[in-house]
Design a protein around this ligand. Structure first.
Ligand SMILES: [Zn+2]
Length: 432
């Protein structure tokens, strides 16, 4: 199912006219199943659902074999899951040789999810089914710097519209996921001391949605959401992955041993504020948006490149315009992009030495200036990291475009909503 889901996302990405990609058909299936029985585990209804979600569809005999449960117990678990709307009978075609065994499959239409990824200047929002397939989506020029009250009120209108287009009500929403470009305390769903998002510090996002939607609300860092999206769609055969987001700011998401690594407080991956001394620069380190001097972002973030281009007489105001200049062969924009790649590569090589990822995925609006950036990145990483950490390392472009965040959010939200313990608790509440 995970492989199939990846293929669906590729298809959706290519349907939108993005870069053509091909799935490596020989890639081994994911080992990161939501749940697999260990010795002595009971095989609760929630755990049976996790097996069905991972496999796509299973027969009673499949489930009995995988859990070690008695057939009668399997039947009870399936009855409870079916009554609560989590699973349904898969359509089977009867043959002349007799009826095939009944299969149970996860019901993606048992509700919807609402997700939104915010960049510095715009959002991409979607209503999806419970398997993460996008039903309707929208891009909107909504700027996080207007503050949480106005931003959330505007998002609410977008969510209302998406629900209307899907023919669904607020009571159908099973989970909400937001990705924001700042330091996020995931447990509490708050932004903590963001360098650019004025007014967001400790704002109670979860309680803003309470009363509107009877469901969990998860808030994720944008680079983390992209990391999960790209990883689950294309890279589950590499257990450790680093997602580098190059846009207005610079951030990273870390997948370690198949799981998103948020760190102790949620601050892991904040690579943009690592301070460096560029080998080609003996002037005063530039001031960063965070208030420190000499951060990676202050040299290589989209906003810093715009600053340097303006100083060089180029009238650009957005990352898109920077990419346009690079594509048009502007020598200053080209030189600055290559230098940005080299300088980000300094911090990246430290991250590679520390984490030994199998793949570094480079995404974000600035990564569209790919050739220059990639040349600089590779130059630094291969010069500075030890051969054992780089001999199998791949540095690749993100493939989901601006769909990576939305895709990652649906995965994070469904993993949360369909966590076996949560499903068991919901069934117990409903008397199942
Ligand atoms: Zn900084």
């Amino acid at each position: 199912m995970i492989e199939t889901r990846g293929a669906d996302r590729v298809r959706r990405a290519t349907d939108r006219g993005e870069r053509e990609v091909s799935l490596n058909a020989s890639a081994p299936a994911s080992s990161a199943l939501p749940w697999a029985p260990a010795a002595g585990e009971t095989g609760s209804a929630g755990q049976v659902l996790a097996l069905i979600r991972a496999a796509g569809a299973l027969t009673r005999a499949d489930i009995a074999a995988r859990t070690g449960l008695a057939r009668q117990t399997v039947g009870n678990r399936l009855d409870a899951l079916q009554a609560a709307g989590y699973v349904t009978l898969a359509s089977t075609t009867s043959t002349a040789r007799g009826r095939p065994p009944v299969q149970f499959r996860f019901r993606p239409d048992g509700g919807v999810l609402l997700v939104a990824e915010a960049g510095a200047t715009g959002i991409r929002a979607a209503v999806t089914d419970l398997a993460g397939a996008v039903l309707h989506d929208v891009r909107s020029a909504l700027d996080v710097t207007i503050g949480p009250r106005r931003w959330l009120a505007a998002l609410d209108v977008v969510f209302d519209d998406l629900l209307g287009r899907a023919g669904r009500a607020a009571t159908d929403v099973r989970g909400i996921g937001l990705a924001l470009p700042g330091p996020i305390d995931f447990e509490r769903a708050v932004v903590v001391s963001p360098p650019i998002m004025t007014g967001w510090d400790e704002y109670p996002i979860r309680s803003w949605f309470e009363g509107r939607y009877p469901c969990p609300v998860l808030v994720e860092n944008d680079a983390n959401a992209m990391a999960v999206g790209e990883y689950r769609a294309f890279h589950t055969h590499r257990s450790s992955v680093l997602m580098l987001k190059l846009a207005t700011g610079v951030g990273a998401g870390i997948i370690a041993d198949g799981r998103l690594y948020r760190g102790f407080d949620g601050a892991a991956g904040d690579i943009g504020h690592i301070q460096i001394t560029p080998p080609d620069d003996d002037g005063d380190p530039p001031l960063c948006r965070c208030g420190n001097r000499g951060c990676i972002e202050a040299y290589a973030g989209g906003w810093a490149i715009i600053r340097d281009l303006n100083a060089g007489g180029r009238a650009v105001g957005s990352v898109r315009e920077v990419v346009g200049l690079v594509s048009a062969g502007d020598p200053l924009a080209t030189a600055l992009s290559r230098r940005a790649g080299r300088l980000v590569g300094i911090a990246l090589s430290d991250a590679v030495s520390l984490l030994n990822p199998g793949v570094v995925i480079v995404g974000g609006a600035l990564s569209a200036a790919a050739n220059e950036l990639f040349a600089g990145l590779r130059e630094s990483v291969y010069a500075r990291s030890l051969p054992l950490a780089t001999r199998r390392l791949e540095i690749v472009a993100a493939r989901l475009g601006d769909g990576a965040g939305v895709s990652g959010l649906t995965t994070t939200v469904t993993d949360h909503v369909f966590d076996p313990a949560r499903v068991d608790a919901a069934l117990a509440r409903s008397g199942g």
